[in-house]
Design a protein around this ligand. Structure first.
Ligand code: FAD
Ligand code: MLT
Ligand code: ZN
Length: 475
């Protein structure tokens, strides 16, 4: 394979003139950090890192790169789990991409109390947005363990889910409007906060879940929610997935004010205990499955827990409850710390899938068999957002570029009528399997949108859709 083409003469100088010398970086140490994803499974060379500080500067970068046919990889917190935030391995004679970091776009505007909305720059972290909402007596509806690094721009791009989808929906539901720079450098801005606005295509929602392939999100108008008066959390030991699904159904029917229902299994919890130095949740007993149930509302915490405690499937000796924040954090740790615990075993193949709830238990049993057959020496750790039918299938063992286990698991998902990506997106990891969840008509429409909004094909090529040739080689 020929070496990657070097950057066209003059591009770095043009970018330095637009952004300032110190925001165009080519130092190998800086580039190394931006070239590897959080999991360590995906990496590739970058020819530079640019850090625009305004929407106009983002537009200048995109215009310059479109004219020079240099690909851009958009990077927020680099916590994505499907390889979309880092460059691909060297490809043909394409120049290695420039990484466009959004981290300087981190301003958070004042909270509009009456509308319960705020505007945040794409580079603002989830934690900063949560804090701004909390300080105004409100709450942001999405939460996930990478809150300290994940940015709202990245969360829009991936339509992040997380722990509270059950109550508030995914990122898409929090987005009132988006400002973005499209692939030709034009700016679209829908930050006015209008809840009713029937004036044609919803460009904001089109950018949600587009994984940076149609535009660089520069700012987001976000919906906020009332802060619940109280919270109770319980950790419940159960016989398995079928029991968990049935319990969730009963709690829903009983009108329990659920804000999260999260599933994990004995082997994963044992791994978390080892990796994080936590005591076993139920010493001397090892229930096959554990459910974290979070309830929030206006009643006293004990009253919130009533439908759970009274449920015939919930047993005192396998139930721990938390009535304050400290206790709640201790129970949540058994579930939240799975991602980092898995990473201590090795580089994981992270397969994030949704199934119809009625199929979840059968899928879980079969996926264990499939992984044991395809990758007999691998460590398999399952956990997920059971209220949403979302299971995270983590396989550690096969080398990063051996995708036989990915293929087997994703085909199984399709056979069960599920989706090959619940909340992490397609990134570079799942492009070959997108056809399992999308029809050829849908794929063609997506490719047409890509060509229309990113005519030079420079935004995250090879993410979500196969990379098209750069525009000068098209005709
Ligand atoms: P990055 O990783 O930087 O980028 C992700 C994708 O978005 C890339 O394709 C990138 O090109 C694109 N992108 C980033 N910023 C922009 C922008 N401004 N405009 C256009 N495109 C952009 N995800 C969940 O859904 N639920 C979870 O519960 C969850 N928990 C996690 C826990 C841990 C410990 C970790 C490490 C990750 C977790 N994730 C979870 C995955 C990750 O945090 C989310 O995908 C998050 O949305 C990524 O945000 P980011 O800023 O890090 O984006
Ligand atoms: C989670 O639910 O913890 C996240 O999606 C991260 C992961 O899958 O590892
Ligand atoms: Zn998740």
């Amino acid at each position: 394979m020929p070496p990657p083409r070097s950057l066209p003469a003059g591009l770095l100088a043009e970018l330095k003139a637009a952004l300032g010398e110190r925001h165009v970086l080519v130092d190998p140490e800086v580039l190394a950090g931006a070239s590897v994803d959080w999991t360590g499974r995906f990496q590739g060379p970058a020819s530079g890192l640019v850090r625009p500080g305004s929407t106009e500067e983002v537009a200048a970068v995109v215009r310059a790169c479109a004219a020079a046919e240099v690909p851009l990889v958009v990077q927020g917190g680099n916590t994505g789990l499907v390889g979309g935030s880092v460059p691909p391995p060297p490809e043909g004679d394409r120049p290695a991409p420039l990484v466009l970091s959004t981290r300087r776009l981190d301003a958070i505007g004042p909270v509009d109390q009456d509308a319960a909305q705020l505007t945040a720059g794409a580079g603002a972290t989830l934690e900063a947005v949560q804090e701004a909402a909390r300080n105004a007596g409100l709450r942001f509806g999405v939460d996930l363990a990478a809150r300290g690094s994940a940015t709202v721009g990245g969360m829009v791009a991936t339509n992040a889910g997380g722990l509270h989808v059950l109550r508030y929906g995914p990122m898409r539901h929090q987005v009132v409007g988006v400002e973005a720079v499209l692939g030709d450098g034009s700016v679209v801005s829908r930050l006015g906060g209008l809840l009713k606005d029937n004036t044609g295509y919803d460009l904001s929602q089109l950018l949600v879940g587009a994984e940076g392939t149609l535009g660089v999100v520069t700012a987001v108008r976000l919906r906020l929610h009332p802060q619940p008066g109280s919270r109770a959390v319980a950790l419940v030991g159960l016989g398995g997935t079928a029991d968990a699904v049935a319990l969730v159904g009963r709690l829903r029917r009983a009108g329990a004010p659920l804000s999260a229902v999260e599933l994990c299994f004995a082997d994963g919890v044992a791994l978390v205990c080892r990796a994080a130095g936590l005591p076993p949740p139920f010493p001397g007993r090892e229930p096959p499955a554990l459910l974290v149930v979070e309830l929030e509302g206006e009643q006293e915490p004990l009253a919130l827990l009533e439908p759970l405690i009274e449920d015939p499937g919930v047993h005192d000796e396998l139930t721990a409850v938390a009535l304050d924040d400290g206790q709640a954090a201790r129970l949540w740790a058994y579930r939240e710390r799975h991602t980092e615990a898995v990473a201590t075993v090795g580089v994981a193949h992270k397969l994030d899938v949704t199934l119809p709830l009625a199929e979840l238990a059968a899928f879980e049993a079969e996926v264990r068999e499939v992984v044991a057959r395809v990758a007999p020496d691998a460590t398999l750790v399952l956990f997920g957002h059971v209220g949403d039918g979302n299971l995270h299938v983590n396989v550690v063992g096969p080398p990063p570029d051996d995708d036989r286990v990915d293929d087997a698991v994703l085909r199984l998902v399709a056979r069960f009528g599920g989706s090959i990506s619940a909340e992490h997106g397609i990134g570079r990891a799942k492009v070959p399997w997108l056809h399992l969840s999308r029809s050829s008509a849908e794929l063609a429409a997506m490719a047409a949108l890509k060509r229309a909004l990113d005519p030079a094909g420079i935004l995250n090529p090879g993410v979500l859709l196969p990379a098209a040739p750069l525009c000068s080689t098209l005709s």
